[in-house]
Write a protein that binds this ligand. Structure first.
Ligand code: 5GP
Length: 332
């Protein structure tokens, strides 16, 4: 019965190392996994230990994994925090982090702990709205440039969401093409009404991308690509948009001394950067990974613009053809 064909799939939102788990009834029977792995849950009969297999594993035997309830309550089960430090604590996000501006919690953040998220295979059908592609990037990833390049190559299939701005229109610009040009008053009202997925100030002008701008791209049956601050993910992670989230990280060389070897293929993109800059880039990537890694579908390591573009193009093409894991709540 270990081979029973369960239809329950979970995306792991934490790393699990059975050999370090003092609570497991049998370390050898445990199934190790990493955050992001898809687990097929074979039985949920026991309410502390589930049996599961990792999707993609050739190993047919199921292993033990902590159940969702058990993992969630793990912290309070242990009286000796020293013994368990780092072992079976899943990520706990602060309340502030977990809730979107409007207060509706989105799926995996609903509980205090990030444990598992039930997922299912999803393939976009030809008559369906194309999925939203969301690029987030750590320091130095230059995701806007990447987005523009990939879209420019294929404007009949991909498009950006046209942002709003309060800055004056330049003579070569057209309303609704580069931007929607609005008054400060209008912009503030829209921001108050939660119309933007993100907005910010640049040189005393306001800029922001609206939910409507994304919808209008999708209404034209094009794949909308946005680059946003990771905080915007909470607003976008809905059944309507079915975002596919790509985290772009620049490849950061070890240290400046090895700079030429590590970055010259990129055409000197990292020219004249210091060790401190490199350290900041690493830190930025680590921080985004810790805070938002569980919402990321794909990590793209950017060596240089050209190869990153080619890789992104490949991902977008596969998105149209292949099936991907999405939260089950998106298709119900
Ligand atoms: P420009 O006025 O030259 O067209 O744009 C200047 C800057 O405004 C851009 O480099 C970018 O930093 C910022 N910007 C443009 N669109 C947006 C947007 O949708 N949201 C935010 N936060 N900033 C934007």
């Amino acid at each position: 019965d270990r081979l029973k064909d369960s239809k329950v799939y979970m995306r792991a939102l934490f790393d699990y190392i059975p050999l370090e788990d003092k609570a497991t009834p049998c370390q050898e029977a445990g199934l190790p996994f990493k955050r992001g792995d898809i687990l097929q849950v074979v039985t949920q009969d026991d309410h502390t230990w589930w049996q599961a297999k990792r999707v993609g594993d050739s190993n047919l035997r199921a292993g033990l994994i902590p159940s969702k309830q058990f993992q969630e309550s793990a912290d309070s089960y242990f009286i000796q925090p020293f013994v368990i430090s780092g072992l079976r604590r899943s990520f706990r996000l602060s309340r502030k982090d977990r809730q979107g501006p409007s207060g509706e919690g989105s799926d995996p953040g609903d509980s205090d702990f990030l444990t598992y998220e039930e997922v299912t295979r999803y393939q976009q059908r030809p008559n369906e709205r194309p999925r939203l592609v969301v690029l987030i990037g750590s320091l130095g990833a230059r995701i806007n440039e990447l987005k523009q390049r990939v879209i420019a190559e294929n404007t009949h299939r991909f498009a950006v969401a046209v942002p709003h701005t309060t800055r004056p229109k330049k003579s070569h610009e057209k309303e609704g093409v580069e931007y929607h040009f609005v008054t400060k008053q209008q912009f503030d009202a829209d921001a108050l009404n939660n119309k933007f997925i993100e907005h910010g100030e640049y040189k005393e002008n306001q800029y922001g991308t609206s939910i409507e701008a994304i919808r209008s791209v999708q209404a034209k049956n094009k794949m909308c690509v946005v680059d946003v601050q990771p905080e915007a993910l909470k607003r976008l992670r809905t059944a309507e948009f079915k975002p596919y989230v790509i985290f772009v990280k620049p490849r950061v060389p070890e240290s400046r001394r090895r700079r030429s070897a590590a970055t010259s293929p990129g055409g000197g993109e990292h020219g004249r950067i210091t060790d401190e800059d490199l350290q900041e880039m690493r830190q930025s990537a680590i921080q985004i990974d810790q805070q938002y890694g569980h919402l990321v579908d794909r990590v793209l390591i950017k060596e240089d613009s050209a190869s990153a573009c080619a890789e992104l193009r490949g991902i977008l093409e596969r998105l149209e053809r292949e099936s991907f894991w999405v939260p089950i709540s998106w298709v119900r």
